[in-house]
Design a binder for this molecule. Structure first.
Ligand code: HEM
Length: 131
């Protein structure tokens, strides 16, 4: 069941998609800027297919959370484990924070404290989603 807070998250995703389309380019720019060791990790992803899948999966997890937080937390646990093979451990949650920042910037005209609080609650739940 979607809560009022989750409806605010949904509103920001819809607003962003309507006004800016895909957050992919901005999100990966921020990821590379966050740590110079990140971009070389994708050297074999020559057609950017894996990175586009990473962005899509991140957005799908957020969309799942809006209706079913428990299901989303299990998806996050799975992706978190897979990332251990890329030696991404504590850094994993960074991409959710980056996604929030990109969406927030794109939604500046409608963004409120309530939107910010709803995203913080979700990101905190994702951070706690571990085995
Ligand atoms: C919101 C958190 C994240 C989610 C949901 C996520 C999701 C994914 C998914 C689904 C894939 C697999 C793509 C495929 O096999 O088609 C992937 C691959 C990968 N992710 Fe993430 N990711 C996250 C955070 C991060 C972070 C913070 C990094 C830091 C650099 C990272 C680095 C990688 C790398 C290196 C690969 C493999 C790319 C390759 O083999 O070329 N991920 N990610």
């Amino acid at each position: 069941m979607s809560t009022p807070a989750n409806k605010l998250i949904e509103q920001t995703l819809t607003y962003f998609a309507d006004h800016h389309g895909d957050p992919y380019a901005s999100a990966f720019q921020k990821l590379y800027a966050a740590d110079p060791r990140y971009e070389p990790l994708f050297v074999l992803d020559t057609d950017e297919g894996l990175r586009r899948n990473m962005m899509r999966t991140t957005l799908e997890m957020i969309a799942t959370y809006i209706d079913d937080a428990y299901a989303a937390e299990n998806l996050v646990i799975g992706a978190r484990l897979v990332h251990l093979t890329y030696e991404i451990d504590d850094d994993f949650d960074l991409f959710f924070a980056i996604t929030r920042d990109v969406i927030a910037e794109g939604c500046a005209e409608i963004w409120s404290d309530a939107h910010a609080a709803a995203w913080v609650t979700m990101l905190t739940d994702f951070e706690k989603a571990r085995l």
